[in-house]
Design a protein around this ligand. Structure first.
Ligand code: ZN
Length: 93
């Protein structure tokens, strides 16, 4: 899926894409969630939301990350149960 306006503000669009946080399972606008992707077999933060492939969306919140790790949601969301989740940390941590 390609954004129609690469530099546009998602909040200004009439339809805001919604994603489900893999930690707390609540839905939120993708602009408030952090995207994680697989790089090789490592889970890494997709800072710009532009890396190819399947993504896992998560609130930038230590509780959501802890929940996602405990429930192995990264492996499930990224279709890679054996993924190395040591890189799945808060973007600003
Ligand atoms: Zn969450």
């Amino acid at each position: 899926m390609k954004p129609r306006q690469p530099s546009g503000d998602p909040g200004a669009l009439p339809h805001v894409p919604v994603r489900t946080c893999v930690g707390c399972r609540s839905k939120a606008s993708r602009s408030v969630l952090v995207r994680y992707v697989l790089e090789g077999d490592r889970v890494v933060v997709d800072e710009n939301g532009s890396k190819p492939g399947r993504g896992a969306w998560l609130h930038p919140d230590s509780d959501c990350i802890a929940l996602a790790l405990r429930r192995r949601q990264f492996g499930r969301a990224l279709r890679s149960p054996g993924a190395d989740v040591s890189g799945a940390v808060l973007p600003d941590a």
